[in-house]
Write a protein that binds this ligand. Structure first.
Ligand SMILES: Cc1cc2nc3c(=O)[nH]c(=O)nc-3n(C[C@H](O)[C@H](O)[C@H](O)COP(=O)(O)OP(=O)(O)OC[C@H]3O[C@@H](n4cnc5c(N)ncnc54)[C@H](O)[C@@H]3O)c2cc1C
Length: 489
């Protein structure tokens, strides 16, 4: 019989969502176990040292809403030491073969020219100053955009909307609804500039790891959760296999928090007939319609097949450069490339992310098809376009990796997320498939933990854990420069 241990909460997966959840439950005085199949915690938000550079397992070391964001707020509340270098510009743009640095939104006029900038103001006003009209609520972002501008007549403007969507959400314009873009864009302007974590994402999840271990959590690395156990219609614990020895242990707990996405969770639990999971819009979706990694879609029968495009996939390139390419903290969006949506130079924020004398650059692009070689070749062609003769000499590729299937950019496409509660009593979900509307990437992960706490505590607590959004007027600061950090940051 398997060895048995007792806890109040078992967390499956030591990604950011799992670590944040564990820290929250430890703060409540609960006995917590965290089970992670890899030899290190952090999931897609950590890094390894490779040729002297911090090569990340996923994220480009960036917090989408920087110091003002919900992840930063949660780290402050948990007392986790960290420092974020916010972007000091709106963004820069690579267009017509050169780079334009825009400190404010108004400076986009120099990139777009007067006619396209006037269109930008008109579309931006429609997006940000009113709610989506009834006929816009079911439109994809592509449908909405194509009714207003054309790529042929407004190439830079069209590329602007497309590349921000590709870089920030890793989805194409056809795969996200217009109202979700409105919510996300409003949040991007309200919260403020994105930021790079000092020390990179490994420093952040490393601090969280220290915090949970010092707080008494039983962190089991190289342990695979192989089943979620139930008794009397509720969760009773998880069955775990130690990868080095094959030994099995039963970790008993009345609450299990899964950080591995709804589909992988579903595979571990025998779901009662008709059980449902709540979507972020409050609707109920049957477990068998929850997002499924693309790699697994083909193995299912026609009737089992969930919605297509279930996870967000992408391709990321780490480069080392002899010279600085991007003269600021923040994102350079690429409006004149075929695939690469944007580039960051995280070593501008922390020199230690690159080896001495070098600069670390990270590009990100959407995967447009299943053929990895085509995607990689498209990336190389874009790198030649961006760097000319310097590519391969002064700017060299360190790694090139695709993210999809079980290791995607996002376990649920933006706007197709689920809620923390499942149809199984005591079983909850956190992570980047549980993002509330308008919250992207790790900001969504932090908000998923807030949503979990709200779900558990119910309406009785004096204030919800999910904080209100910053006031709308903050968004107008972007007209002149990035908004300053919140007081108290
Ligand atoms: C290319 C790329 C670029 C990105 N850029 C950014 C960015 O710049 N900024 C940003 O905010 N976000 C970015 N993201 C997204 C961000 O990395 C994720 O949103 C975030 O890391 C997800 O955290 P998570 O805790 O939800 O999941 P994960 O990090 O995936 O954690 C889940 C953990 O569960 C473990 N696990 C899985 N199955 C089991 C099992 N059966 N038993 C035990 N353990 C298990 C996994 O090994 C993993 O460690 C990027 C992602 C990618 C791929």
């Amino acid at each position: 019989m398997a060895d048995t241990r007792e806890y109040d909460v078992v967390v499956i997966g030591a990604g950011l969502g799992g670590l944040l959840s564990a820290a929250q439950f430890l703060r409540r005085g609960q006995r917590v176990a965290i089970v992670e199949r890899l030899a290190h915690p952090g999931g897609r938000f950590t890094a390894k040292t490779f040729h002297g550079a911090q090569v990340s397992t996923g994220a480009v070391h960036m917090l989408p809403f920087g110091t003002n964001g919900e992840l930063a707020a949660m780290l402050r509340a948990l007392g986790v030491p960290h420092h974020i270098h916010d972007s000091e510009v709106f963004a820069s743009f690579h267009a017509r073969g050169r780079q334009y640095v825009c400190r404010s939104v108004l400076q986009l006029a120099g990139v777009l020219g007067p006619r396209q900038f006037a269109e930008f103001v008109r579309l931006g006003g429609a997006m940000l100053l009113r709610q989506p009209l009834p006929e816009e609520r079911d439109q994809t972002y592509r449908e909405w955009l194509d009714r207003r501008i054309s790529r042929g007549a407004s190439p830079e403007l069209y590329a602007y909307f497309e590349r921000v969507c590709h870089f920030a959400l890793s989805v194409d314009l056809d795969d996200v609804l217009y109202p979700e873009i409105v919510e996300t864009t409003k949040n991007m302007f309200r919260y403020g500039a994105p930021g790079i974590v000092d020390g990179g994402c490994a420093a952040l999840t490393g601090e969280l790891e220290r915090r949970v271990v010092e707080g008494g959590a039983d962190l089991r690395l190289q342990h695979d959760v192989i089943a979620i156990e139930q008794a009397d219609g509720a969760v009773s614990g998880v069955r775990v296999r130690a990868k080095p020895t094959g030994d099995e242990v039963l970790l008993r707990a009345p609450m299990v928090i899964s950080n591995i996405g709804p589909w992988a969770t579903r595979r571990l639990v025998a779901v009662p007939e008709g059980a449902a999971v709540a979507t972020s819009t409050g609707a109920l979706a049957a477990w068998d319609r929850i997002p499924l990694p693309s790699g697994e879609r083909d193995s299912l029968s026609e009737t089992d097949r969930p919605t297509p495009h279930a996870v967000a996939s992408g391709l990321k390139v780490h480069l080392l450069s002899d010279e600085s390419i991007i003269p600021h903290r923040g994102i350079m969006y690429c409006l004149d490339t075929e695939r690469i949506a944007g580039v960051v130079q995280p070593s501008n924020s922390d020199r230690r992310l690159a080896p001495p004398g070098k600069h670390l650059l990270i590009t990100h692009q959407l995967m447009r098809g299943e053929d990895v070689n085509i995607e990689r070749e498209a990336a190389r062609a874009d790198l030649r376009r961006l760097f000319g003769d310097d590519f391969g000499t002064k700017v060299t590729i360190l790694t090139m990796s695709q993210y999809r299937g079980e290791w995607p950019v996002n376990r649920a496409m933006q706007g197709e997320d689920v809620s923390p509660a499942t149809g199984v009593a005591g079983l909850y979900l956190v992570g980047d498939a549980v993002k509330p509307s308008g919250y992207l990437m790790v900001e969504g992960v932090a908000q998923s933990v807030n949503a979990l706490l709200d779900t558990l505590d119910g309406p009785t607590v004096p204030a919800p854990h999910t904080p209100p959004k910053p006031p709308r007027r903050r968004a107008f600061r972007w007209l002149v420069a990035p908004p300053p950090p919140h007081p108290g940051s």
